[in-house]
Design a protein. Structure first.
Length: 293
């Protein structure tokens, strides 16, 4: 969190310090006091400014593109298409998708975040800690099984992440900020594994299916992806964790027909059968709100 001093905040807001002190005395601006000095969180100032905008008559806030960005998932992509809700997809990883969503460029973002503390719910913690998500809700899509995708027969006998380092296996990875990459980083941290010992191949793979393709073509020996990806591509799978795969959407868009059409579809029998056939999914909570500010 970036904190402005009084002079820095006045310059950022383009007002005089005297006016800033007036706003503080009126309890009209977000601030805090530490060691006798007023401090102003930049994120809260941005939020304060955005909620204070005066729009001309008839002018509405810009509508986000009808795109679900963030993490790629085969079941999600299928459900968006089959529900005929009208949303396109832009798979670029949880972190990048969340940033694009907060910039108002997406109607929703699919995320599966991981923290070093595996006891925390990283998706919900992200919602709580990010001021720009104060008008968004977190909707459950599925719990997914993530693990190590490997060649059939597991010729290198890999059973955990440490084996990848010890056996110098060629590891296909996702871009920084992708959920699978966050999971890898969390496991390396918890198991005290030196990341420099990993034999990482390049370039990074945009999606889990690209991880599988790198393995099938002999470019890599293994990578982190979901069980459904391994099943769909005929590869073997070593399970690591079950994770929450959720969708972040603004409250105003949650109640609109396109998203309601999609949320109705994820509760249907055909959706349940597709999840069962794909493997590695638990959609018992699909469509439920997991967190709302």
């Amino acid at each position: 969190m970036r904190l402005f001093t009084t002079s820095e905040a006045a310059e950022y807001l383009r007002i005089k310090e005297r006016k800033l002190y007036e706003l503080v005395s009126e309890n009209a601006i977000p601030c805090t006091k530490a060691t006798g000095k007023w401090l102003f969180p930049k994120d809260e100032l941005d939020r304060w400014l955005s909620t204070s905008l005066i729009m001309p008559n008839g002018m509405k806030p810009a509508e986000p593109m009808p795109i679900v960005g963030g993490s790629h998932d085969p079941l999600l992509e299928w459900a968006l298409r089959e529900s005929r809700c009208g949303f396109a997809t832009l798979p670029e990883g949880s972190g990048a998708g969340l940033q694009r969503f907060m910039a108002g460029k997406l109607v929703a973002a699919a995320i599966h975040l991981h923290a070093f503390d595996d006891s925390s719910d990283a998706n919900i913690e992200a919602m709580k800690s990010e001021p720009n998500l104060h008008q968004a809700v977190l909707v459950a899509f599925a719990k997914r099984e993530q693990g190590i995708v490997i060649n059939q027969g597991n010729p290198l006998e890999i059973s955990r992440i440490r084996d990848i380092a010890n056996k110098n296996a060629r590891l296909a990875v996702r871009p920084p900020g992708a959920g699978a990459q966050l999971l890898l980083g969390a496991i390396l941290y918890r198991d005290k594994i030196d990341a420099s010992k990993l034999n990482v191949v390049s370039p990074p793979c945009p999606t889990g299916l690209d991880i599988a393709q790198a393995i099938r073509t002999g470019h890599a020996d293994c990578g982190i992806a979901t069980r459904s990806v391994a099943n769909a591509t005929g590869l073997d799978f070593v399970p690591l964790v079950w994770e929450h795969f959720d969708i972040v959407v603004n409250q105003r868009d949650y109640f609109r027909p396109p998203l309601q059409t999609f949320l109705s579809f994820v509760k249907t029998a055909v959706m349940m059968q597709r999840a069962k056939d794909s493997g590695g999914y638990d959609i018992s909570m699909a469509g439920q709100i997991r967190y709302a500010p």
